[in-house]
Design a protein around this ligand. Structure first.
Ligand code: AMP
Ligand code: ZN
Length: 472
């Protein structure tokens, strides 16, 4: 079956057919780096990482570009407030943002371009727009002329008159039309600036994505993505700039994630109703944050609450337990041949992947795909016993891990502060020590080792096949 995705451009689900067979060119708007990201910002990271991973599982070669906005009014203002250079601020927060994204098991982009390193392509695109008559210069500022671009409004489905009526943008003497937007800003004292045909200055926000997308992925791409607040004006303006400059369609599909809300409002820095990803991950773990987000379809709003995080945590725990059980049986079960019953049971196995695929093919419905994984867990719990053959257990394990890996569910999430330290090897060594003590009937030592493990957050259980352990 083919993949269907909801295209903001046409407001309907469409069959996914990339421009070039087998290849996907994908651009996801990245953050402005002057702060730790909040968990609302983590949503597009996780949602589009899942899209990418699924496309890769389906055999597509995905080129994934995600920018860093490293020059911006907010960065300059913040740097002034804290008495640092903008370079210091952006270097620090790019590193911290990547640390967060790694913590969420988000695959690194093929390229992470930064605005300050891409001035040539940005200036070149502005020049093309000026030459073609889609942009004009006034006193060192360059604006996009929305009246010249007749398709303006094609993505957000707004008509210019409506926009003007509703617009609270103050009428700027320099602009021909209130909806015109800035491509190049003249230098202000004390701000970073670059040479350009219009004097020293820096680019406006929207042009960077058009220029970087074009440089790294070409004139026409397959998927352009971001949060739904970017549809207008950011993405509308990107379409206008790119299509006016190249004369070609910019992106075949547009995908937008819905908001993560808190107290019924979009979580946002400016409203103050936010938690940084760092603090939430500190409390629950990065892998729980990832799992929490994947439990909702990316176009459904999600409410953030501690209760829902707790519930995501215990659901994830069920998957981890299933994995640990399978691993334990693989390690400890006897080499018995596959039984006839197991042979029949294995015929039931593909249904879970089929159901998983049906959900993912339907506009990347990760929530339903996770339900298929839980159906598989129930099936495993019913059919796996301590006399199951290793062949059976292995096949089931591989299938289970395959589905979980498509969504990037299992990984070594960074440890919470204070829980670093005890490695799997150390746990195994302590268990060996306890076994030896028990053999010697030295129960004092055996109990002391058990307590030591408990303190390190490791629970152990004595079973017929030996000692089992898990992290709490
Ligand atoms: P910003 O730093 O506001 O430009 O946001 C970076 C990315 O996070 C963009 O794709 C936004 O659309 C997205 N975003 C911001 N706030 C939220 C939220 N509360 N829920 C989901 N996505 C968000
Ligand atoms: Zn963008």
């Amino acid at each position: 079956m083919s993949i269907k995705l909801y295209n903001t451009l046409t407001r309907q689900k469409e069959e996914f057919e990339p421009v070039e067979a087998g290849k996907v060119k994908m651009y996801v708007c990245g953050p402005t780096v002057y702060n730790y990201i909040h968990i609302g910002n983590a949503r597009p990271y996780i949602a589009f990482d899942a899209v990418r991973r699924y496309l890769e599982y389906r055999g597509y070669d995905v080129d994934y570009v995600q920018n860093f906005t490293d020059v911006d009014d907010k960065i300059i203002q913040y740097a002034n407030e804290v008495g640092k250079t903008t370079d210091e601020v952006v270097e620090h927060y790019i590193a911290e943002t990547l640390k967060d994204a790694d913590g969420l098991n988000v695959k690194r982009a093929t390229v992470h371009p930064r605005v300050t390193e891409e001035m040539d392509s940005i200036i070149e695109m502005v020049e093309i727009l000026v030459d073609k008559g889609y942009a004009y210069e006034v006193n060192g500022s360059v604006y996009f002329d929305t009246m010249e671009w007749e398709n303006y409004g094609s993505l957000s489905k707004k008509i210019i008159e409506e926009l003007e009526m509703g617009s609270r943008i103050k009428v700027d003497d320099e602009k021909k039309n209130p909806m015109d937007f800035i491509l190049w800003k003249p230098k202000k004292e004390g701000e970073p600036a670059w040479d350009s045909p219009w004097g020293q200055g820096r680019p406006g926000w929207h042009i960077e994505c058009s220029a970087m997308s074009r440089k790294y992925l070409g004139d026409t791409i397959d998927i352009h993505a971001g949060g739904e607040d970017l549809v207008f004006p950011h993405h509308e303006n990107e379409v206008a700039q790119s299509e006016a400059a190249t004369g070609k369609p910019f992106s075949k599909y547009w995908m937008h994630n819905s908001f993560l809300n808190m107290d019924n409002r979009k979580m946002s820095k400016s409203l103050g109703n936010f938690f940084t990803l760092r603090e939430v991950a500190e409390e629950f773990g990065y892998d729980v944050v990832r799992f929490f987000m994947l439990n909702a379809h990316y176009r459904s709003p999600v409410s953030f609450s501690r209760e829902l995080m707790e519930s995501a945590k215990s659901s994830l725990e069920r998957l981890k337990n299933c994995k640990a059980n399978l691993e334990f049986f693989i390690k400890n079960n006897k080499e018995t041949p596959l039984s006839d019953k197991e042979r029949d049971l294995l015929k039931e196995l593909p249904q879970f992947e089929d159901n998983f695929n049906k959900s993912m093919e339907d506009d990347f419905n990760t929530a339903d795909a996770i339900s298929s994984i839980f159906e598989m867990v129930s099936w495993i719990n019913t059919n796996l016993t301590d006399s199951s053959s290793i062949e059976f257990t292995n096949k089931v394990y591989q299938e289970f891990i395959k589905l979980c890996d498509i969504l990037g569910i299992f990984y070594d999430a960074p440890e919470k502060e204070g829980q670093e330290g005890i490695s799997d090897e150390q746990v195994e060594a302590l268990i060996e020590k306890r076994n030896a003590a028990k053999k010697e009937k030295d129960f004092v030592t055996a109990d002391a080792v058990r307590d030591q493990l408990m303190e390190a957050g490791i629970a152990i259980e004595d079973t017929r096949q030996g000692v089992r352990w898990k992290r709490l």
